[in-house]
Design a protein around this ligand. Structure first.
Ligand SMILES: Cc1cc2nc3c(=O)[nH]c(=O)nc-3n(C[C@H](O)[C@H](O)[C@H](O)COP(=O)(O)O)c2cc1C
Ligand code: SF4
Length: 652
């Protein structure tokens, strides 16, 4: 008997029986070519179906050419989609997993892409986040789009999918119609509440007309747009009560947020350290309002949280999308009593939604196999000669290399000079916004190590003698990096503190602090927040175009919110010129103007890192294979470290 008895109970929604309550909600993989899912997408979802997920809602499929979010959006309206859907449904049904399409039109929300559609919306009200002014839809446009929803639903059914979810969440087109702030129309689709609801009512009606009774149709909606001028829980309750009275709705998939503002968009894919399962109370209110099955998601990272949600009646089905991106086998592990072996999502956003916005195929910093399913498993299964492998450095790159090499049957020794694993994660652990992420990642790798045959040696320094004694077949150097110190006048001033010393050694810091950042990444922002939280007066100066330029926009929203809340002064476009007595000279990166700053007591430098590659240079010719990965090869992020860790171990 499983400890998750509610999570693994069956449920009928509409015409579909689910084998369990675990859902992978709609999420773009960028495995789409010319509007059609590729075989990479099938392999991606098949891996998760095999891992036991009950229901997969495929990524947003445009219902009309004007509804393409990017040039990698599924063309749900294209009759050629039927064969692709058949490919997906046949492969996923084999595992008892049900599959829905998400019928999508973004209205005024169009993500920047190589070709940007003219945006259509009920009225000419701009999207602040994307800086888009839409064209108000004519009655003919409205009719065409409603027909697009119905036709796309019909094609989904012809392709063997089990149902459709009409996307009304995050301020997309149906929500733009029902909100009085974005719908300024004076015809039958605007004005009164009933008129603003007419668009979604017409869509659902038309969809049922096309698909017949033996299908499953529901909506996705934001129970609260969680932003200024957004719809609230009270509005959402009114909308659901009205809709279930007017049309057949088989389910409501509840989420939060709104795409059109920075603040609201954070909730589309909420980052760490936002609270786990923070929308589940909203799910309960919508469940009560609609008396139809409710799905709830957002930062639900483990089956214990999911079981609690279902067992307490907050929702019927639990969206665990990133949990499945990280660990596709999570449902089966939970079912088989191996919950301790589940890897949890750390909420970093870097390679899942981060890749989407860069137009790259989906990935995961903790699971470098994600997005590569079409070839990676076959590659991993190829027979290999067993080697004795030494990995030096137990940061994310070294850890991933060790776990992969061990899984491939090599004899692995992982040596770390500190007394704990994690590398730079140990620094992140002390930061205000990344501590949960770091702890969770260290925890995931600790558990993986404990289940492996990797021989872990902590607190040991490797030199040429160690290598001569061990005489391995291969060495992977993952020795990380140290802070960069620019060569400028005054850099030896005792008031200059390096980022690692700030967090590791609790360096003494004066009242007024200037933090210099060069990468627009976490170190500068974390230093500024850490000090501001302790009551220092902080100025954060970046040489990037804007603060937090390199972190994903949803995470940046959270950083900026906190930086503003703590009154940190923000200054982009400058770098550090020199330090002389009480004067810090900063230089404008556009017009070279020099500015002298006088009111400061300490300077914190987060201006890049340099590789720790001395050991590599000393040992690179001692054994047949010596490789470098991660920061030791070139300082970058966790994503490159784990990616190189896996690939290097695979190619030994
Ligand atoms: C890469 C990526 C793409 C997404 N694309 C969509 C989408 O097409 N439609 C949608 O409604 N939500 C989309 N989302 C939001 C997810 O459906 C989900 O609500 C979000 O990831 C939070 O749930 P989680 O914490 O379980 O991951 C996307 C999320 C990710 C990570
Ligand atoms: S990239 Fe980060 S946020 Fe995305 S699924 Fe992986 S661990 Fe979670």
């Amino acid at each position: 008997m499983t400890q998750f008895k509610h999570l693994f109970s069956k449920l009928v929604i509409g015409n579909t029986e689910l084998k369990n309550r675990i859902l992978s909600t709609a999420h773009q993989t960028n495995h789409v070519k010319d509007g059609i899912p590729t075989s990479d997408m099938i392999a991606y979802h098949e891996t998760r179906a095999k891992g036991g997920v009950g229901l997969i809602v495929l990524e947003a499929a445009a219902v009309h050419v004007s509804g393409n979010l990017t040039s990698h959006t599924i063309a749900g309206y294209d009759p050629n989609i039927v064969d692709a859907y058949k490919g997906l449904s046949n492969r996923l049904h084999k595992y008892g997993t049900k599959v829905f399409s998400q019928l999508f039109h973004g209205g005024r929300e169009v993500v920047s892409s190589d070709y940007r559609n003219a945006a259509w919306a009920p009225s000419a009200v701009p999207s602040l986040r994307f800086g888009i002014m839409p064209k108000p839809m004519s009655l003919e446009d409205i009719e065409e789009v409603i027909e697009g929803y119905a036709e796309s639903a019909k094609l989904a059914k012809e392709g063997g999918l089990d149902g459709v979810e009409i996307c009304c969440s995050h301020g997309y087109l149906p929500a733009q119609f029902w909100s009085s702030l974005t719908n300024l129309r004076t015809d039958q689709y605007g004005g009164s509440f009933e008129n603003r609801m007419r668009f979604i009512v017409d869509i659902v009606d038309r969809v049922w007309q096309k698909v017949g009774e033996d299908f499953t149709v529901g909506i996705r909606m934001s129970a609260d747009e969680l932003t200024m001028d957004g719809t609230t829980l009270k509005d959402a309750v009114q909308i659901v009560e009205y809709l279930v009275d007017k049309v057949r709705l088989d389910f409501v998939d509840v989420t939060g947020g709104n795409s059109s503002t920075y603040e609201g968009s954070t909730h589309i894919v909420p980052p760490s350290p936002m609270k786990h399962a923070y929308l589940s109370a909203h799910g309960f209110k919508i469940r009560m309002a609609g008396a139809v099955p409710v799905f709830i998601g957002s930062r639900i990272v483990d089956p214990v949280e999911a079981e609690q949600i279902v067992s307490t009646g907050k929702a019927d089905v639990v969206g665990m999308t990133r949990a499945l991106i990280v660990d596709p086998d999570m449902p089966n592990k939970a079912l088989q009593g191996e919950a301790h072996a589940i890897d949890a999502c750390i909420g970093c956003l870097q390679a899942c939604i981060g890749h989407y916005h860069k137009g790259l195929p989906i990935g995961c910093v903790q699971n470098p196999k994600t997005g590569k399913e079409a070839w990676v498993f076959e590659e991993l299964e190829k027979p290999r000669e067993k080697k004795q492998v030494v990995i030096i450095g137990a940061g994310p790159g070294g850890l991933e290399a060790a776990i992969t090499a061990d899984a491939l049957g090599h004899e692995v020794t992982l040596i770390e000079k500190h007394n704990s694993i994690g590398g730079l994660l140990q620094t992140m652990r002390k930061t205000p916004m990344r501590h949960e992420l770091a702890e969770s990642m260290i925890d995931n790798y600790s558990r993986k190590l404990s289940r492996s045959n990797v021989q872990l040696k902590l607190g040991e320094v490797v030199d040429t003698e160690t290598i001569a004694q061990m005489n391995p077949d291969a060495i992977i150097c993952a020795t990380g990096s140290r802070p960069y110190v620019p060569v400028i006048d005054g850099i030896d001033d005792a008031r200059v503190i390096l980022i690692d010393d700030l967090f590791k050694q609790n360096a003494k810091v004066g009242k007024r602090v200037i933090v210099f950042d060069f990468g627009g990444d976490w170190p500068g922002m974390e230093a500024a927040l850490h000090l501001a939280e302790k009551g220092h007066e902080v100025m954060l100066i970046t040489s990037r175009l804007h603060i937090g330029e390199s972190v994903h926009q949803y995470l940046r929203n959270e950083y900026l919110k906190k930086l503003y809340d703590l009154n940190v002064k923000l200054l982009p476009h400058y770098d550090l010129g020199s330090i002389c007595d009480n004067q810090v000279e900063i230089r404008n990166l556009f017009n070279q103007q020099k500015v002298q700053l006088e009111n400061w007591d300490s300077i914190v430098l987060a201006v890049g890192r340099v590789p720790h590659d001395d050991l590599y240079e000393n040992i690179k010719n001692l054994v047949p294979i010596v490789k470098q990965i991660g920061d030791c090869l070139g300082p970058r992020t966790i994503e490159e470290a784990t990616h190189e860790g896996m690939l290097t171990a695979m190619n030994l």
